[in-house]
Design a protein around this ligand. Sequence first.
Ligand code: FAD
Length: 447
Amino acid sequence: MSFTYKARRLPRDPGPAAWHEILPPSKSYPPLDEDITCDWLVIGAGFAGLSAARRLRQLRGGDRVVVIDATFIGQGPAGRNSGFMIDLPHDVSSDQYTSSLDKDLWQINLNRQAIAFAKDVAEEFNLPQETVDAQGRVNGAVTENGLHHNAEYADHLTRLGEPFEHLDAQAMAELTGSRFYTAGLYMPGTVLLQPAQYIRGLAEGLADHVALYEKTPALTMTKKGQDWQVATPHGKITTPKIILAVNGHAESFGFFKGRLMHVFTYASMTEAMTSDQIKALGGQKRWGITPSDPMGSTVRKISGVGGDRIIIRNRWSYDPSMEVSDARIAAYGRDQDKGFARRFPMLNDLKMEYRWTGRLCLSFNSVPAFGEVDDGIIAACCQNGLGTAKGTLSGIAAAELATRSNSPIADDLLKADPPSKLPPQPLAWIGATASIKWREWKGRAEI
Ligand SMILES: Cc1cc2nc3c(=O)[nH]c(=O)nc-3n(C[C@H](O)[C@H](O)[C@H](O)COP(=O)(O)OP(=O)(O)OC[C@H]3O[C@@H](n4cnc5c(N)ncnc54)[C@H](O)[C@@H]3O)c2cc1C
């Protein structure tokens, strides 16, 4: 008897992959067009999948590792986020970002291992300096509500024994060029990624030892004796072990059914600034602001290969279909324009060049969807909105678990409860949408 898992839907990435678009053309990888065998198949080439592939290469240098992705590497969610690789507690589903002291200490320790891995990748593959930029981040506050959030977060950091620095309005203006912020909380441990450059750089670094295929969706996975046979549109892959690194699309194969929340958040990136605009803005060359209220706007100023640009991200939606319309991207883009105009009145002639959205996967109890889900299939999914760090960790841990290596990270991830069951639809949709709208309304001044 053979059992088949069938992908009920395949990923669709709405809007352009801006971080990728601003880079010079790079190496591309062919779609699979023949039947092959391998020792390890990694499905999904985001943070989780590529980290798993690198760890497999380190642990099993002589083995044949294959990575497939349904779309183009660096253009899926891993290459279309805001690039904050955060060490500290940053639970986007909590009003304060934080959890209990024990849980937060546990998460900080894990996140720092992910950051060390990314720094190591940058060094090993000689990535440009702005790809993995260890410059910290600031929780920017605008209103009394924002100041209150920052004060609570600072208290929590003190209890955790973590360093931070209060910035006043003048210091915020010196950093960002904007007089919009009344205060900020600087935390040194965050790394700012150029996410597409990181993902592409990691893939390219691995390509000598790992076979990579783009535009190669896994359509079915069928158990045949000791092996799995994975069908893609133009070739089959036979392998004993699969690392499933597709984040929320685990549910598309039937895993964690009714337990994963498919959420989107929205962003816009300006065109490259002229030297006059750079002068008019002032401030530092590169910086990253996370909002003091989790529903506010994330803003980054970047400078490097793609020019000097500003990226602003806000708004959330819960879409169990995992699809979002272009009309929604345009509508929420108007909120990014408003947030931008309030912060940067001196740049009123700087236009947005790209607008997009991307999938996140959350669980109700903020835990990963991690571990062996069938004989030889290890899931490294559900990054709870912080996939740069948590995806990296789950990829490392999946490779260590699959090779039965000593793995403190896998041991830690396996201690978590499984993702809890969501209420049936449409109740889950009504509840989640009402909660997002209410929280966005409360935090609207920080957008
Ligand atoms: C606008 C935005 C801003 C964000 N900002 C941040 C941030 O600042 N910091 C942070 O930590 N996180 C952020 N995130 C979240 C982050 O992008 C995700 O958590 C992260 O990409 C998850 O990594 P992953 O490797 O698990 O999954 P993904 O990056 O989703 O990679 C999974 C891959 O699997 C592929 N796939 C799916 N199904 C199949 C199939 N059947 N066959 C083959 N391949 C398949 C997909 O094409 C995809 O490339 C943001 C997200 C968005 C959209």
